[in-house]
Design a protein around this ligand. Structure first.
Ligand SMILES: *Cc1c(COP(=O)(O)O)cnc(C)c1O
Length: 375
């Protein structure tokens, strides 16, 4: 799905030098590169503060902890997404409340959010799916009216833009009270292991998050609150600093690849290409087709026979999962999300996808649907 080795080779000298520097210093945890990365990421995203941590899941857990989500509280999250979002709410002892999503953008549906609001709602997590941010203004409006906060899960959409509370365009991850992101290797900005970060404009909140991520201690061995150990190690920070310098170009390469897919696959009966919503920009973490459900698994097998990987993100809704059956609540009307697990298919896309490799994918998809190549 993702040519991580090709990407590494394209910046090998820079990465090797940056890692070599960490090896010379042996400052593997809380080295100077971590603080520098936090400054650079904050500036790149347009937020006052960035706190790095151990993973995107930890970023969400830190956010939930820092805003005081706990037993008796409810947090509204989309039903069609990665499980970490519900998991971190449940780990705090709070109730995940599953909202429907827009079947065209895959993002949380604000009218469903509105139906789910209760006196116990503490937050909504806007998960920016597959590289395209949510429509934020309706969520800010609901949050203001009902007194809860908006947290962004920006694990898939670092670099995309959306509307802020004032209506101005801003980077995804900078518009909610807290933005969470992941540096898992296959994300738009990925390191060579696990990593994550929390972004916020609120200096006090940033300090609190930093303290919780470091065992709740301040100063050392003085435990003010119950915390965890969640740190981004210095080697990962050094890698990410190199990659951040190339991120703009790599996002442009993803967009160019998405345009090639669009051009080849638009109009092929049985598939619908990703929709570009108004008021946001897309970074194509995934290029996700919607396929006629009776043909989806056949297409996947057809591609696999030709050595082409594709993935189903995600094969079921979170409200249908065993883990959440008895500890969650959900919208009774899931008309947007219901059909997605049976119809989505993500094609290979990354910053270093080869034009020839992509042409093979497109030809195979067209062949499956019985469309002759134009040339
Ligand atoms: C990847 C991802 C996460 C979790 O990130 P990890 O770094 O793997 O813990 C959370 N939310 C979404 C939407 C993701 O895609």
């Amino acid at each position: 799905m993702v040519d991580l080795y090709g990407q590494y080779l394209s910046v090998k000298d820079e990465i090797d030098a940056a890692m070599g520097e960490v090896m010379r210093d042996c400052s593997f945890v809380r080295g100077p590169q971590t603080a520098l990365l936090e400054e650079e990421l904050a500036a790149w995203t347009g937020v006052g503060h960035c706190v790095t941590c151990g993973s995107g899941t930890d970023a969400l857990l830190l956010a939930m902890t820092a805003i005081g989500v706990g037993s008796g509280d409810e947090v509204i999250v989309p039903a069609f997404t990665f499980g970490a979002v519900a998991e971190t709410v449940a780990m705090r002892g709070a109730t995940p409340v599953f909202a429907d999503v827009d079947p065209l953008t895959f993002n949380i549906d604000s009218s469903s959010v509105e139906r789910l609001i209760s006196g116990r709602t503490r937050a909504v997590v806007a998960v920016h799916m597959f590289g395209q941010p949510c429509d934020m203004p309706p969520l800010f409006e609901l949050a203001r009216r009902h007194g809860f906060v908006v947290v962004e899960d920006n694990a898939q959409s670092l670099g995309a833009r959306c509307r802020s509370e004032s209506g101005a365009m801003a980077r995804a991850g900078s518009v909610g009270l807290i933005g969470c992101t992941s540096f898992f290797p296959t994300k738009v900005l990925g390191c060579y292991g696990d990593g994550g970060a929390v972004m916020t404009d609120d200096g006090e909140l940033a300090q609190r998050i930093r303290m919780i991520a470091n065992h709740g201690q301040s100063p050392k061995y003085n435990y003010l609150t119950v915390g965890i150990n969640s740190r981004l190690d210095t080697l990962q920070a050094a890698v990410l600093r190199v990659k951040l310098r190339h991120l703009h170009d790599w996002i442009e390469a993803r967009r160019a690849a998405a345009e090639r897919y669009d051009a080849a696959l638009k109009g092929v009966a049985g598939v619908e290409c990703p929709v570009r919503a108004g008021g946001v920009t897309h970074v194509y973490h995934q290029y996700t087709l919607r396929v006629d459900p009776s043909l989806r698994d056949g297409l996947r097998a057809f591609l696999a026979d030709r050595g082409i990987e594709s993935m189903v993100y995600y094969p079921s809704l979170l409200n249908d999962q065993e883990a959440y059956r008895d500890i969650s609540r959900c919208d009774g009307d899931m008309r947007g999300a219901r059909r997605l697990p049976a119809s989505v298919l993500s094609l290979p896309i990354c910053s270093h996808i080869g034009v020839a490799a992509q042409a093979r994918v497109m030809a195979a998809v067209k062949e499956y649907f019985g469309v002759a190549e134009a040339l």
